[in-house]
Design a protein around this ligand. Sequence first.
Ligand SMILES: NC(=O)c1ccc[n+]([C@@H]2O[C@H](COP(=O)([O-])OP(=O)(O)OC[C@H]3O[C@@H](n4cnc5c(N)ncnc54)[C@H](OP(=O)(O)O)[C@@H]3O)[C@@H](O)[C@H]2O)c1
Length: 248
Amino acid sequence: MIAIVTGATGGLGQEFIKQIKDDVEQVWAVGRSAEKLAALKGTFGEKIVPVQVDLSDTDELLAFCRKIEKEKPQIRYLVNNAGTARMAPVTDFPPEEISSMLDINDKAAALLCRACLPCMPAGSFILNVASASAFQPNPYIALYSASKAFLMSFTRSLNVENKSVTCTAVCPGWVDTKMLPKDRNGKQIRYPGMVTADKVVAAALKDARRGKDVSVCSLYNRYLRFLSKVTPHSMIMKMWMRGIKDYV
Ligand SMILES: NC(=O)c1ccc[n+]([C@@H]2O[C@H](COP(=O)([O-])OP(=O)(O)OC[C@H]3O[C@@H](n4cnc5c(N)ncnc54)[C@H](OP(=O)(O)O)[C@@H]3O)[C@@H](O)[C@H]2O)c1
């Protein structure tokens, strides 16, 4: 049995590897950088199988899907964790960046789910790392937020389509990883309710094993999810804009 983890070199990716590696014989660690992937072998040992793929490159992504379809490894965990984000108005994004963000955050996850599902026996897990920003629109991270809403919706449907494989959308709020810049416009950025990667991953695995289709780590973020269900999104966006006014 193997696990496939994308974004394996990042904060949450490494934590997923740490917490699932004892359940499998190999971890196919997917990333762009050969050096960073080699370093994972040093950290986690011989179970790591480096898979160098740039998920924004459709040819590389499809070649990886074909490798899975051809080799048919028995997959216990598929963790679609790779993701990119940037805070800016949509007009500041060059077309290539819009395209690559949607490819990495959404297209790669959808294609990998499609390729892996036939190789996933009953009782295995797909964990798609979305975000609490999937719960409502968020101006200035509009693309990121919309891409995570796609991933959350897609994952919940997939969970119903597949009775024997649990599909969970992992929806953390702020997580202390390199993805979050420390300052902006000379101001230190505050991240309310920020949690560590180990807590997010432990909660995600616990929720997946309980069969949940959405995992929200921490009471604070569960409250935000509740708020997003009962409050008009126009109001939530006003609150969001007040929170980010110093940074945009
Ligand atoms: N940090 C947060 O506050 C937060 C909150 C909610 C959700 N999330 C989600 O959590 C996931 C993991 O993020 P993180 O916080 O662990 O950030 P991170 O440390 O920056 O990790 C991001 C990972 O994605 C990989 N990646 C980026 N572009 C790629 C590409 N074109 N092809 C292949 N891999 C690529 C990166 O690889 P390289 O090393 O090659 O760059 C890295 O391994 C993301 O989906 C993110 O949206 C994060």
